[in-house]
Structures are given as C-alpha cells and as structure tokens.
Write a protein that binds this ligand. Structure first.
Ligand SMILES: Nc1ncnc2c1ncn2[C@@H]1O[C@H](COP(=O)(O)OP(=O)(O)O)[C@@H](O)[C@H]1O
Ligand SMILES: [Mg+2]
Length: 300
C-alpha cells in the first residue's frame, strides 16, 4: 500500500523580491521554419513544417494539438533529443545541436529506477561534478519543494503515481534548468491529483522563474498553466503540422478555474481542435428531444 498522499500544496520557498535561492537564469526558446520528416516505407512522412515559435524567457507556453500532430516531436527538438530536418531551434540564443544542458524534460511516465529510492532517483538529475554533500542537500531541497519531504528513502513502488511524478519533477528541477519541458506530464494521473500537480507546477514556475513549455491535450490544463496556448494543426490527414493558433491567456494568477473569460477561450480552443460547442442532439426516441431546444442549439 502506498503511504498517504502528501498535502495538496507543497510549501514552496517564496523568493524575496522576485529572485531567491530557487531562481534560475531562464532561457528563451526560438524555432524558425522548423520541419521534421521521417522516412517511411515508400516515402517520407512530413510531421512538422514551417513551425515558428518564440517562448519568452520565464513564461509558460502550453502546446495543444490532436494526437499525432507532432507535439512530442517538437518538444524533442527543443530538448535536443532529436534534430530538425529543416529550420533552426535555439535555446538561450544558441543553436540546439545536442541534448541541451539548459533543458530538463518530464515525461508522462515518471521513468524512475525501481532499485533506487526517491532521493537516488532525483540525484540522477544533478549536474555532473556536483560535490556529494551539495548534491544531497539539493536533492532533499527539491524533494521538499515538490511535497515529498520525508519520502527520500522510499522506493518508487511504495509511492503513488502522483508522488512518483513529483519525484520526476524534482529530478528535472535539481538540474536548475533554464527551460523545463513537460510532455503530457499529468496525463496518467487521476483527475484530482492532476489538478494538484497543475497548481504545483504554477508554484514551481513562480519560484524558479524558468521558461516552461508543456505539451498537453487537456484544454483546461493549458488554460490554467499557460501565458500562451499554441495549437498545432495541419491542413488535413497526412499533411505536416504547423502553428495554427497562438492565443495569449492574460488572466492573473492564481487563476479561477471557473473564470468566464477562460470558459470562452476554452470553447475557442475546443473548436480549433474539432470539438463543437455543443454535443450532437439526442436521437429521437421514447423520451424524444425537445424540438425547441434542438432548434435553439442549431441557431446558437
Ligand atoms: N522516430 C519516428 N519515426 C517515424 N515516425 C515518427 C517518429 N517519431 C514520431 N513519428 C510520427 O510523427 C507523428 C507525430 O508524433 P508525435 O510527435 O508523437 O505526436 P503527438 O505527440 O502530437 O501525439 C506520428 O505520426 C508519429 O508516428
Ligand atoms: Mg505525444
């Protein structure tokens, strides 16, 4: 049995005067005319083409798009885990040619080593050459920040999915990355844990000031987290994706999940993703649809 979940909100150190111990030199991200194609049987699969994207240092951008639209591919290009077939990717003003030291990635699965305890897993993220004592203090600090103080000695199989993902976040943060890249980081978690993790990420961004690029297919998550929501899409099946919409989200934080303006943006984003404002009218049946209601929906 996993131990009880940690408190909903981690007690984060608040940087005094806007810059504290946790602050990192945030790096901007810039993509220009980026394309990525993969060789496939009988031809080439163009996944991304002509992608232009700027993420200002210290801001959060959420990347939305249908499954298979190339979101993970784009994130991998920024992280330096893959290279574009055309165009340029820059982090902190320097071209990305290899796995970028300034980026840290969190994936959907925590990818923890089962034979190491949480502290040992987080330590894997420490920059090479970190002295042992400093490293231990850093690990314990970031475990504390993500709400896992007291769980340093637990093995991954003894903690819940949410706690394992907190450890994965700490492993990324211990590198003090200028850019935090997250690929559907909360998609595998239950709905309530996901909401708590979103709040944790907002807190972490505020405490570190890092640039955050987060891939999600959850429109509400994008609107809760981001300063801008960028939607990837293509002209049709098989066509390469590019940026279809770049939408600023100006609501101050902490954000009210019931905010009326966010609800409007939500409708707009869902429509861009092919989900209409209303569902289909119920089929005529025993209970029968109310003809007036159907007509109202059709003319709305
Ligand atoms: N290494 C690869 N080789 C061939 N095709 C790939 C490779 N990586 C991704 N793709 C293809 O690129 C498309 C986009 O994938 P991905 O970026 O994972 O989409 P998303 O994250 O938006 O769901 C998919 O059709 C996928 O099959
Ligand atoms: Mg993906």
């Amino acid at each position: 049995m996993p131990p009880p979940a940690p408190p909903p909100r981690a007690p984060l150190p608040r940087p005094a005067g806007g810059a504290g111990d946790d602050a990192v030199p945030a790096a901007p991200v810039r993509l220009r005319a980026v394309g990525r194609a993969f060789p496939v049987a009988g031809g080439t699969h163009h996944v991304l083409a002509g992608v232009d994207l700027d993420v200002r240092a210290g801001t959060t951008v959420a990347l939305l798009g249908a499954s298979g639209s190339g979101k993970s591919t784009l994130l991998r290009l920024v992280a330096g885990l893959d290279l574009p077939t055309s165009g340029d990717v820059e982090v902190g003003g320097a071209p990305v040619r290899d796995v970028s030291e300034r980026c840290a990635v969190v994936f959907q699965e925590p990818r923890l080593l089962p034979w190491r305890d949480l502290a040992g897993n987080v330590a894997l993220g420490l920059p090479r050459g970190t002295p042992r004592a400093t490293g231990r203090a850093e690990v314990l600090h970031w475990l504390d920040v993500v709400g896992l103080a007291g769980f340093a000695g637990h093995r991954p199989r003894r903690v819940s999915g949410g706690m394992a993902q907190r450890a994965a976040l700490a492993r990324a943060l211990v590198r003090r990355p200028g850019v935090l890249l997250l690929d559907e980081p909360f998609a595998a978690l239950d709905a309530l844990t996901r909401l708590r993790m979103q709040d944790l990420l907002v807190d972490v961004q505020r405490a570190t000031g890092a640039t955050v690029l987060v891939v999600t297919h959850d429109v509400d998550e994008a609107l809760h987290l981001a300063d801008r929501v960028v939607v990837l899409g293509s002209d049709g099946p098989g066509a390469p994706a590019c940026v279809r919409r770049d939408l600023p989200v100006r609501q101050p934080r902490p954000r009210d999940r019931g905010d009326a303006e966010l609800a409007e943006l939500r409708v707009e984003l869902l429509e861009l993703l092919g989900v209409p404002r209303t569902g289909p009218a119920p089929a005529a049946g025993a209970t029968g649809p109310d003809p007036q209601a159907v007509q109202a929906r059709q003319t709305a």
